[in-house]
Design a protein around this ligand. Structure first.
Ligand SMILES: [Ca+2]
Ligand SMILES: [Ca+2]
Length: 229
């Protein structure tokens, strides 16, 4: 997984989605989204992005994020804050095995975030069945990162307090298993690119399964649950 990251190079978000998975033949498929769209334009409706829900748009902004040992980023990035439209990136449906995604993100303003937090990214089956959710909550002058298997299942918060404007590399995995309620979600926070897969920061099977995975999502939760990214 990390090897894929290094090979494909960087990603951006305030974000970028990169997905690695294995298809039925065991061949790896990868998707890289460098947000190479016009500055100031709406992300939704461009490339493979469709908009869900209503409100203000997720916008393309100049520049991108970089991370030590990843290839240099290209393209641009996206930015959003507070509630609003949720862009979702559609890709061919996966019905078994692991789907990996990664992104670089940076929180630049905590004004829109309370201490309960909300989730801003993950994988999904459709516009309402969301999983591998990445959560943020205010923690003093910084913030915590948390994870849940489904957007409505138990959230596990990591202890580390991240500083504003620090660039975080996040790798997530949703593993589709044959049984009921047995799918596994794992996350790695700031893993070292180019090294063997390290112990995950989070792994859980608590929560119902997604039927399949065919979207990566960004989410503008609400004006108290979504900081500026
Ligand atoms: Ca917004
Ligand atoms: Ca299952």
């Amino acid at each position: 997984m990390i090897k894929q990251l290094q090979k494909l190079g960087a990603v951006v978000v305030a974000s970028c989605a990169l997905l690695g998975s294995s298809d039925a033949l065991g061949q790896e498929a990868t998707i890289y989204e460098p947000f190479d769209y016009s500055v100031g334009s709406n992300l939704g409706g461009q490339g493979s992005w469709v908009n869900v829900n209503s409100g203000d748009e997720v916008i393309i902004v100049e520049g991108n994020l970089s991370y030590n040992k990843l290839n240099a980023s290209s393209g641009r990035s996206v930015s959003f804050v507070g509630g609003g439209i949720d862009p979702q990136f559609q890709f061919p449906q996966l019905t078994s095995g692991p789907a990996y995604f990664s992104l670089l993100f940076k929180v630049s303003d905590l004004a829109g975030l309370n201490e309960s937090g909300g989730y801003f990214s993950g994988l999904a089956a459709n516009s309402t069945s969301l999983g591998a959710a990445v959560w943020l909550r205010k923690a003093g002058e910084g913030f915590n990162v948390g994870f849940s298997k489904r957007s409505n299942s138990e959230v596990v918060w990591l202890n580390e307090v991240h500083e504003l404007n620090s660039t975080i590399l996040l790798v997530g995995m949703y593993k589709l298993m044959a049984g009921s309620g047995d799918d596994i979600v794992s996350f790695w926070v700031n893993p070292i690119p180019g090294t063997a897969e390290s112990t995950s920061s989070y792994t859980s099977a608590v929560g119902s399964d997604l039927s399949y995975v065919e979207r990566f999502f960004l989410r503008q939760d609400s004006n108290i649950k979504t900081p500026r990214l």
